[in-house]
Every structure is written in structure tokens, then in C-alpha cells.
Design a protein around this ligand. Structure first.
Ligand code: PDD
Length: 282
């Protein structure tokens, strides 16, 4: 089953309008929310970010957050999702094609779930990344459907046999094509400030909390390629990749090319948090 507006239905019943602005302009927003053992992780934070993205694009959501939360829970339950995710998107809706906003269009919301195992292997072994120029627009804080800059960089990473592309704007490391980037330097975690140049990741904020619990200092400040290449440890965070160590950058190892101790410690804390969420919900 899938969710369309506030109704659960079979996928074959879904009809997307040819002039849906999401389809024609990428005029919409989305979220990916993780489900662990049947429980949503960070649902409130994701829906709050969805509301913010909508506000920034002067879009309205078809209905309120509380009902949306309930409907997503119904969707996961009816599909019996254990370990997986929900993809949710809202477009500005169907209207005659003009670039400016239509006078009237109802937002179109769809959501579907899928089973997806946690990326255990990559979290344990670490991943290789490339660096590439950040060619995206200047509102990367909005989780919009306009993802071509991200798509092209991820493809470049895949072509190089890597899992992620780290984006560089004016010599500064912003984020990954679908993740946030952290480096460890002299016992401190450093990441790009949450301004218009990055997505303020939900996992990024979980990492802030568990770092604090571990008496680790997190500094939000801009850092460059040299800092990245000479870091003691490098990691990426996202809903789907959780906390994953980066062990090579452009083919060169990060230190000894193995996941570092601080990354491992944070991964353990993250695991505990997942279990806590489940025990609260059950
Ligand atoms: N991407 N930065 C970008 C550009 C992203 O696309 C994502 C997530 C993140 C991490 O955000 P969060 O921790 O809230 O997932 C950072 C999702 C998973 C995706 O597009 O599939």
C-alpha cells in the first residue's frame, strides 16, 4: 500500500498528473525517514524539517503534521515494515505550466515504504569517497526535489568505484551528495555550519547529541580540502548511511585507511539510541 494525500491505497490506483509541478519543475520537497524494528526514528524532526522546507518554498502541506505522523505510522503498519524506510514527497500540485506559482494548486503528497537492511558492511569497513566541485544552488538547506547537482556528483563517485562524493565549494568542504561530513581533528569533531550551503541533517543532529554525551566537542566551522585530507578520522552521516567511516579520499587512505576509534565509539552510541527508541515505542 502507499499513501496518497491522507488515504492508503494500492500503488496501481495512483495517477500522477502530467502537469504536476514536481514532475515538470522539481517543484516539491521530500523526506526519507528510517524505520528500525517497526519504529520510526526521528519522525518529529523529519516532519518539522518538511514543514520548514514547505515554508521556505511558500508551499502548503495538504494537512497537519499530527495527522501526517499518524498516516505514516498506519502505512508502515499495513505494510508490516520491520527494518526499512519511508519516502515522502509533496509537490506544489497540478496546474497549467507556468514558471511562477499557479494561483491555485493543491499540494500532492505521496509516501511509500520499503524494507532496507542497515548498511552493516559499510559501517564496519568504511567507504571510499571522491571529492568534486559543489555545483548546486544556494539553498541546499531546503530538502527539495531538485537534486541534479547531487545526482551528478553521486554518479561521478559511482563511476570511480566509490560510495559518496564530498562536495567542495570555493575550497570549503560543504557536505556529501546525500550525507553530512564530519572530520576529527585533535579530539574534536568538525562539520560545516548549518547555513544555506548544506542540509541540516537529522542524523547530524543526533551525532551532536551523542558526541555531547561522550564529552566530545563538536565545532561547526568551515574547513578546507587540506583539513579533510589530513584529518585523524572522517565520517559521513545520513538517515540511510547512519554514521559511516570514510577510509579513502580520491584513492588515498585516511590515516591508516581503517575506521578510527572515535567514529566507532559514536557508532556504538548511535546503536544504543536506536534501541532506546524501540524500547520507548514498544
Ligand atoms: N539524504 N545532505 C544531503 C544533501 C542529503 O541528501 C542528506 C540525506 C543528508 C543527511 O540528512 P539526514 O541525516 O536528515 O538524512 C545531508 C537522504 C537520505 C536521501 O536523499 O536519500
Amino acid at each position: 500500500m502507499i499513501l496518497v494525500q491522507d488515504k492508503l491505497m494500492e500503488q496501481k490506483e495512483l495517477h500522477i498528473g502530467m502537469e504536476d509541478r514536481g514532475y515538470q519543475f522539481g517543484d516539491g520537497i521530500y523526506e526519507v525517514i528510517r524505520i528500525y524494528n517497526g519504529c520510526f526514528f526521528g519522525m518529529d524532526e523529519h516532519l518539522t524539517r518538511l514543514e520548514r522546507s514547505a515554508r521556505e518554498l511558500q508551499m502548503s502541506l495538504p494537512y497537519a503534521k499530527d495527522l501526517l505522523k499518524k498516516r505514516l505510522e498506519d502505512l508502515a503498519a499495513v505494510n508490516n515494515v520491520k527494518d526499512g524506510q519511508v519516502y515522502l514527497q509533496v509537490t506544489r500540485g497540478v496546474a497549467e505550466r507556468t514558471h511562477h506559482f499557479p494561483d491555485h494548486a493543491d499540494g500532492v503528497l505521496i509516501a511509500y515504504t520499503k524494507e532496507a537492511p542497515r548498511p552493516y558492511q559499510k559501517m564496519a569497513d568504511g567507504i571510499g569517497v571522491i571529492t568534486t566541485e559543489d555545483i548546486r544552488w544556494l539553498r541546499c538547506d531546503i530538502k527539495s526535489l531538485n537534486l541534479l547537482g547531487n545526482v551528478l556528483s553521486k554518479q561521478k563517485a559511482k563511476d570511480a568505484g566509490c560510495d559518496e562524493a564530498i562536495l567542495i565549494r570555493d575550497g570549503i568542504v560543504t557536505e556529501g551528495s546525500s550525507s553530512n561530513v564530519f572530520i576529527v581533528k585533535e579530539g574534536e569533531l568538525v562539520t560545516h555550519p548549518a547555513d544555506n550551503l548544506i542540509l541540516n541533517g537529522i542524523t547530524r543532529n543526533v551525532l551532536f547529541k551523542i558526541a555531547e554525551e561522550s564529552q566530545l566537542n563538536v565545532v561547526e566551522k568551515k574547513f578546507g580540502m587540506d583539513d579533510l585530507l589530513n584529518a585523524d578520522e572522517v565520517m559521513i552521516t545520513s538517515t540511510t548511511m547512519e554514521i559511516t567511516p570514510v577510509v579513502t579520499i580520491d584513492g588515498k587512505p585516511v590515516q591508516d585507511g581503517k575506521p578510527g576509534p572515535i567514529t566507532k565509539r559514536l557508532q556504538e552510541k548511535f546503536n544504543l539510541r536506536i534501541h532506546e527508541v524501540q524500547s520507548v515505542e514498544n
